[in-house]
Design a protein around this ligand. Sequence first.
Ligand code: ATP
Length: 362
Amino acid sequence: MSTVGLQKITKAFPDGTVAVDNVSLDVRDGEVMVLLGPSGCGKSTLLRIIAGLEDPTTGQLLLDGEPALDIPPRDRHVAMVFQDYALYPQLTVAGNIAFPLRLAGVSVEEQSERVADVAAALGIGELLNRKPSQLSGGQRQRVAMGRAIVRRPRLFLMDEPLSSLDSGLRAELRAEISSMVRDLGATTVYVTHDQAEALTVADRIAIMRRGVLQDVGTPAEVYGRPATMYVAALLGTPKINLLEAVVHVYDGSRVALRIGEQELNVPWDDLRARALAHYHGERIVVGLRAEALVAGGHELRGRVRYVEHHGHESLAYLDIGAFAVVIDDPTGPVTAPKLDRGFLARFRKRPDVQTVATTPEG
Ligand code: ATP
């Protein structure tokens, strides 16, 4: 059993910077919770508070349901993996992994047994006698992970563990980390600013902005039904199209979105059409994912500004009114995307524009 409870945590530094602003979040047993947000949003500070390296100004931290702020870091049974690995250069791989066991007074026999197990699990069994300077970035990362795992902590805290690796290795290792922490069944809090990494690794994602928690949910939830426009724009490649539109209901049986000079019909059998109908005559923002638009329809028309080829698909960037729209580019013409698999409009916060609360379920 290992859970983390953050209750109304605020951290203000002496210079007045509020790094974390009233964040409440529960991490469930065995879950991989990713804290996602741009540089400076407070995710590392939150992680350091869980580890005991930083005290919150106000709020409570629960570990396994018990108040934990008074527990010294070393007694919290958490293991932290940083982006810079912090391996001991003079020690071998085996020595680095065994280090926390040595500190804990574990017998030499048990040390080598546990090191061998962990190294095998991470695929670095052949490297035990090397020094860190003789390893690649990815191999060093594995050693750092091994050193964290070997203590069998109840909680893993990972701060941008892949950020200093090149993109190919990142993609490879993020899948590995994801399967490894699942195999271990260890509760993990994982910090990253990379949305693709978050979507791959997470059971749930907590999105932060300027110290404030914006949204929490599974990758499918935060991608498909983001709580705010900020979240919608942060997740997904290409970026979601956010378009201002005026809702128009015809005879109570057809809903259209007026975008610039054009109209985009929303099929009446789409539950979201009914929700939209409440906003007749109002200006809203709709989020249209590129994958929800298909070429070859007879609705939105625009000039193709440029086309990007990505192997499995192509993306056409269109100029529609004042807006750029991204569509999949099958074989047909790309000048007329129409709404295919639905869209989303569930943004709660945008003071200047009327917002719509609707979900795929209605
Ligand atoms: P990054 O990805 O760049 O590490 P982050 O999201 O992890 O960013 P934090 O490191 O948690 O962000 O920092 C949050 C905010 O708090 C930033 O504005 C940062 O400048 C500020 N901050 C962090 N440590 C201190 C400190 N000791 N004193 C004052 N401000 C600090």
